[in-house]
Design a protein around this ligand. Sequence first.
Ligand code: HEM
Length: 235
Amino acid sequence: MMNSRFQLMLRSSIGRKWIVAVTGLLMIGFVVVHMTGNLQMYAGTPDKINLYAHFLHSYPAVLWAFRLGLLAVTALHIWGTISLARENRRAKPRQYAVAGRTSRLKVTWTSVTMVISGTVILGFVVFHLLHFTGQVVDKSYASMETTVSGVAMHDVYRMVIKGFSNPWISGFYLLAMALLFSHLRHGAASVFQTFGLRDRQLSRVVETGAWILAAALFLGFGSVPVGVMVGLIRP
Ligand code: HEM
């Protein structure tokens, strides 16, 4: 029963729009929590973020369940957007027939920027996982250890500082954060449209809210590489 309902949802375009919206909201939830956690780089002591990372790794089964859940959510989000875009293209074979500044052209331009920003963000996440989680970009990260209250743990604080001491890496992170801002600004506002909650009066409020959320994430995430480069965050 549950299974067939889910299959129906996957097949209908409204169902897939909901899937894109709900998975998008879940990912927004993740980045908000992640960004807040990162701000511990400003705590004035490395211990705070190191203890936090240590805590997150102390229940491997929970961590892996969370990782697999996030992977499934990301896969569904990407699959949903690609399949909706394909369906749209099939439904409108002469999509470039309308010239000029029409709303149709605007929608097309927005979806092009969403695809570009989404693809670069995906590339960024792969690099980011190799960089800080897999620690394969710089092998020295893996041996960075510290002791807090007699407990040995990974020195995430020092790893992040070393990571962002490379201006190319910091630059790439900042570019990705700028594209994340653009992606979330459009994405967060259209979630409400999908849920049918976007009337004329609400639309300005929703768009402003999405802009503020995206800007807060850009500033919060972006401040870490910038903070390291200007010496605000130092060993
Ligand atoms: C300047 C910005 C960022 C910094 C400094 C940062 C820092 C980190 C660090 C240090 C880790 C590894 C934690 C550990 O293993 O102890 C991590 C993991 C991760 N980050 Fe980020 N991050 C940033 C931006 C982002 C963004 C924008 C996204 C998503 C779009 C993201 C997604 C992830 C994911 C999926 C993980 C893996 C979590 C896991 O281990 O399961 N990060 N990040």
